[in-house]
Design a protein around this ligand. Structure first.
Ligand code: NAP
Length: 670
């Protein structure tokens, strides 16, 4: 195959590589697969194009429009995934490794699409948290809101997941409304370039939304501003170098760093070889050592085992590792492919060398070579004095390498785990909640994610090494201190939170969400007569008053079976500290409220969809009366035929005291 000449994509054009070209060799055959030179040159121009063209176009789109765009991108990747698998084999990845990268990447786009459609408004502003009352009379209120940063997101990615690594950053960035410049790692840039090409050819992204730098990033950092953001994934060394760039400090550029970490798996003291958690631990350590040939930032590097069980665990691990078939990733029988390059293998060997000064190799020969390709056997080490050791807690061998170490008790295990100085993930194999609690309180602060594997969840567990779009990925300290993904948390990294202060009228109309104190539109018709598009926020209905009688309470109690003493037994209810006598059921009040506010004839209101934030604030006694106010608070388009209306509902007593309030959701025809 003729080597691919990898191109950059800048300001809407593909750029041929220029200058001296260097080869990227196949991890399997050593033959050149691709060539890279310096394609992109005008980095200031790229940043300006992103800010002025891409950002502008993205910011006028609503979250829902951007979410639909992500779905179209995911579909484009899935439709052409076989092209990517073909290239992915050349990086040493098996089909299973490629699945994590390619389909996992598309899955992340799909997940962010659905989060965006379900959890974000069809708007360009995101409300963050409740309205804060700031004044006695309620004419001055506060509300946190988020708007997209107006710069460019610079994504610098590691080599190990060229597709997922790109898409897991692009999904939250584009959903937030920010354009991106992607700089993939050179070693696997041919896969990233191909995936990027699919995104462009899908023709769903506005011009300037994404650009690609294959090759060096030149003086890109010199042109960053406080509206830009750098999201870096890679080694601690590179992260520190980039973070020290004077512009990062001067302009207070947000810098998210996802670095390496010495992730641990801990076998609980209860997980003896006769317990299912022992076998689960052994399986997971082997899986983490061999998936993607151990080139995962989340892979298990340190396996901590109760001292009394370490010999048994070592024997079980060796037995399993001996069965791992290492070879050509295209071969279906192969369980572990190659490292990404010969230089990566050299690096891993030198790291093993450092580790073996404190630990002995108990399985695998790091120097075995089968001729062509960057293959390496899985290497298991054992360190019997981990308390006194340093390298085993510090040196990352980014390959199929892990070190076993014994611990004496949970406090000891926690101390050893924390010697990693901050990790992306830790897994614990135990069936004992007390062990989990002790580990969480002792080591939680050092970890971004804690997976507890036991017999109940093992079958469905997504495993130690898999970051998930809905959960935070990142860890403190050595792991970089960054956070990615985590559902909408990941989107907010690309937005600015602003504390908005003003009158309810102003804030309600700016945020498209009615606030108490903002104008209420009480004139007929009844709000249930208005279609989704006709319904104005603030449209209000105030009901007649209804007296709640003892007969009502008893009728409801017998009808529903809810004969709780507070409704039925005067003496017992009087002794209750909240009621001082019999009171109406909260659910009776809700039912009466519905009876008071509905307009019954068929119309645009299609369905009651649920209640949010319900609070019963004052008891209602026999003889009290109630009335309801229903106000249209916000609207979200859900489908082409209907949208969701959120209503603020307040039930008040004859003394104008608030008895209950809640938000009612209905689906309304357009
Ligand atoms: P790396 O050598 O640190 O490179 C990471 C990225 O930085 C690459 O795209 C690289 O581009 C780029 N880079 C290097 N110098 C640069 C500069 N001066 N200006 C701009 N960009 C620059 O890491 P890697 O070898 O690709 O990845 C392996 C490491 O990443 C491991 O340590 C692993 O633990 C870590 N990792 C962490 C995570 C996480 O989420 N925490 C995920 C995956 C991997 P070139 O390739 O062109 O040099």
């Amino acid at each position: 195959m003729k080597p691919l000449k990898l191109m950059s994509y800048a300001e809407g054009r593909w750029l041929e590589p220029e200058g001296a070209l260097s080869d990227i060799a196949s991890a399997v055959t050593d033959e050149p697969v691709a060539q890279v030179g310096s394609g992109a040159r005008d980095f200031a121009g790229m940043l300006n194009h992103a800010r002025a063209v891409g950002g502008l176009a993205l910011r006028v789109m609503t979250f829902h429009q951007r979410a639909r765009m992500l779905k179209a991108l995911a579909e484009a990747i899935m439709a052409r995934k076989e092209e990517l698998y073909e290239l992915s084999y050349e990086t040493g990845a098996t089909r299973a490794d490629g699945w994590i990268d390619i389909e996992g990447g598309a899955g992340t786009l799909f997940a962010y699409c659905s989060k965006g459609r379900r959890e974000l408004p069809n708007d360009t502003i995101l409300i963050d948290g409740p309205v804060e009352g700031l004044s006695k009379r309620g004419t001055f209120v506060g509300q946190h809101v988020l708007t997209p940063l107006q710069g460019c997101a610079v994504h610098i990615n590691a080599f190990n997941f060229p597709v997922w690594g790109m898409l897991e950053k692009l999904a939250p960035t584009l959903l937030a409304g920010m354009p991106a410049i992607v700089k993939p790692a050179t070693a696997s840039a041919y896969v990233a370039e191909a995936a990027f090409r699919i995104l462009i050819e899908a023709k769903v992204l506005p011009d300037g939304a994404v650009q690609l730098i294959v090759g060096p990033a030149g003086n890109l950092f010199d042109h960053l501003t406080g509206q830009d953001i750098v999201s870096f994934t890679g080694s601690a060394d590179t992260a520190q170098k980039l973070q020290r760039h004077p512009v990062i400090a001067r302009e207070a550029v947000r810098f998210i760093a996802e670095r390496d970490s010495l992730n641990a798996a801990v076998l609980g003291p209860d997980a003896t070889p006769d317990q299912p958690e022992f076998e689960l631990f052994v399986k997971e350590v082997v899986r983490e050592m061999t998936a993607k040939a151990g080139q995962k930032c989340t892979a298990i590097r340190r396996a901590l085992i109760p001292a009394a069980l370490i010999d048994a665990a070592e024997a079980a691990l060796k037995e399993r590792l001996a069965k791992v078939v290492v070879g050509n990733p295209r071969d279906e029988k192969t369980q572990m492919g190659a490292l990404v390059s010969a230089s990566q293998r050299k690096d891993v060997r030198s790291q093993i060398e450092k580790l073996s000064r404190e630990a002995r190799i108990v399985c695998g020969d790091p120097n075995k070579s089968n001729g062509k390709g960057a293959f390496l056997e899985p290497v298991l080490l054992r360190c019997d004095s981990p308390e006194a050791a340093a390298a085993v807690h510090e040196v990352e061998a980014f390959g199929p390498v892990a070190t076993l170490m014994p611990y004496n008790d949970i406090a000891d295990a926690v101390r050893l785990v924390n010697k990693g100085n901050g990790s992306l993930v830790m897994s614990l194999f135990t069936y004992d909640p007390d062990v989990t609690r002790a580990v969480l309180t002792g080591a939680g602060a050092f970890h971004g994610r804690l997976l507890i594997v036991d017999r109940d969840c093992a079958r469905e567990s997504t495993g130690h090494g898999s970051p998930l779009p809905m959960l935070v990925h990142g860890g403190p300290g050595r792991a970089g201190g960054g956070e990615e993904l985590g559902g909408l948390r990941g989107v907010m990294h690309y937005m600015q939170r602003t504390a908005l202060q003003g009158s309810p009228r102003m804030l309600a109309s700016v945020t498209n969400s009615w606030i108490k104190g903002a104008p209420e539109h009480r004139a007929p018709p009844h709000p249930f007569r208005l279609k989704f598009g006709e319904l104005e926020l603030g449209k209000t209905f105030i009901s007649e008053s209804r007296t709640v009688t003892l007969e009502d309470i008893e009728h409801f109690a017998h009808f529903t079976g809810d004969t709780f003493y507070a409704h039925m037994d005067e003496e017992a209810a009087a002794a209750n500290p909240f009621f001082g006598g019999r009171v109406a059921h909260g659910y009776l009040l809700l039912s009466f409220a519905a009876g008071l506010f509905v307009d019954p004839a068929p119309g645009p209101v299609l369905a009651n969809y649920g209640l949010d934030n319900l609070r019963f604030l004052k008891p209602v006694k026999p003889g009290d009366s109630m009335r309801v106010q229903l106000t249209a608070k916000s609207k979200t388009l859900r489908k082409d035929e209907y949208g969701e209306v959120r209503w603020a509902v307040t039930i008040t007593s004859q003394n104008d005291e608030v008895v209950a309030n809640y938000e009612l959701l209905t689906m309304n025809a357009l």
